[in-house]
Design a binder for this molecule. Structure first.
Ligand SMILES: Cc1cc2nc3c(=O)[nH]c(=O)nc-3n(C[C@H](O)[C@H](O)[C@H](O)COP(=O)(O)O)c2cc1C
Length: 390
């Protein structure tokens, strides 16, 4: 069965909900694992005050008994710990008054979904758009990605991310296992702690100017055999699916695999990765393609870079037009992050795990975890040495 998930909920609502369908039975899930990942999504210097205010309260609705998946749809909600305080004015059944957190949005913010979404659904109060387009709604899909990552972990597949730059200031990329671990654990998502101060200074000075920043990050997937994904139809290509998953994270504007855009500047001999056989295994000495050829994995690490635009909400709103008073006006402003790159890469990591996990499940079947492991391992063993004559 192929995997799917749907989410529901809004930024300042009672909570957010995800239903994940298709996961195998027999997978161990712990609350701590999911809570830790959601906590990583809230990380980073330059986040808004909301990150400190709101806890993520998880409730399991189904699909897991005794900490193990049953094969049924897994339902999890993420409660909003602030909601009770707002509830008299925030109850969606009775919502009439304007609460502090629910001011009418009549001056749309450039860079956000506000205006196009207002036009599309005829919402005169564009808060109806903001509430669902908000990055807070990435929490439930981070959970879906966490479940996928658990499946992948059992298969020996690891998905990780590291921040590369913020507002044009660069950090070193991870080169060793220890640096990858640091990137995953660190508040700034970087490989080496000594780079943190330059990035934080960049964020502090942007905040002082009332400005915001974007940046770049990298993602890596290790442990996949050759041949995951397919070349046979356009919508089965793994690179296409990954690009969609990562670009679906709010604010992500570019994705590249391996050399990516730079590959367009170099001749073929400096771009493609020669094939050899060493110690009876298929080998590449380089991985400029980023681990994907013909829409399928090559057996090397999948290497992706993504770019995030600066946060669109700013203290001094950008030029806009207020529909309530019918004249030019600065865009609506509210509590906001100055930079969310270290958090965005956690969401992108989750989407990457989801896409890779779905592709693996599609290829090997995913009713039972133990069968999936057996088939995946047998295939991986064969793929390494496939058709090599000693
Ligand atoms: C983790 C995360 C946190 C974000 N925090 C904010 C924020 O506090 N304020 C804001 O205006 N945009 C924030 N954004 C970015 C916007 O959601 C994004 O720029 C906006 O939805 C429009 O992007 P799009 O054109 O790619 O949809 C955040 C994005 C992510 C991934």
């Amino acid at each position: 069965m192929s995997w799917r998930f749907l989410t529901s909920g809004e930024s300042h609502g009672r909570g957010l909900l995800v239903i994940v369908d298709g996961l195998p039975s027999g997978l161990t899930i712990t609350r701590d694992h999911l809570t830790d990942l959601l906590a990583r999504r809230r990380r980073g210097f330059g986040r808004g005050s909301r990150m400190a205010l709101e806890g993520d309260e998880l409730t399991l609705w189904g699909g897991v008994r005794g900490g193990v998946t049953t094969g049924g749809p897994v339902g999890i909600s993420v409660g909003n710990s602030e909601w009770e305080k707002w509830s008299p004015v925030m109850d969606p059944w009775t919502l009439t008054a304007e609460g502090e957190e629910m001011k009418t949005l009549s001056a749309p913010r450039p860079g956000h979904a506000d205006l196009a979404g207002g036009i599309k659904f005829d919402h005169k109060d564009m808060r109806n758009v903001l509430e669902r387009a908000s990055a807070r709604t990435t929490a439930p899909r981070t959970l879906a990605g966490a479940l996928a990552a658990r499946v992948l972990e059992e298969l020996g597949v690891t998905v990780r991310s590291a921040v590369e730059s913020i507002g044009g200031v660069f950090a070193s990329l991870p080169e060793t296992e220890e640096e990858w671990r640091h990137a995953v654990a660190s508040d700034m998502g970087i490989a080496r702690e000594e780079d943190a101060s330059a990035l934080k200074e960049r964020i502090t000075s942007a905040a002082a100017e009332g400005n915001s920043l974007g940046g770049t990050f990298v993602l890596s997937v290790t442990g996949l055999p050759a041949g995951i994904g397919t070349f046979t139809e356009w919508d089965g290509r793994l690179d296409g699916k990954l690009a969609q998953g990562i670009l679906s994270v709010p604010g992500i504007k570019g994705v590249e695999f391996g050399l990516g855009f730079k590959s367009a500047d170099h001749p073929g001999r400096l771009v493609h990765d020669g094939i050899s056989v060493e110690e009876g295994r298929w080998t590449r000495k380089t991985n400029r393609c980023g681990g994907i050829e013909g829409g399928m994995t090559t057996g090397g690490d999948v290497l992706i870079r993504a770019a995030m635009k600066p946060i669109p909400t700013m203290k001094q709103g950008l030029p806009s037009y207020d529909t309530r008073v019918g004249k030019a006006s600065p865009a609506h402003s509210e509590r906001s992050d100055v930079c969310a790159v270290p958090a965005a890469c956690v969401v992108a990591e989750a989407m990457t795990a989801w896409i890779v996990g779905s592709a693996v499940a599609e290829q090997f079947g995913s009713d039972r975890m133990k069968d999936l492991m057996e088939r995946f391992r047998a295939y991986s063993r064969e793929a390494e040495r496939w058709n090599i004559h000693d």
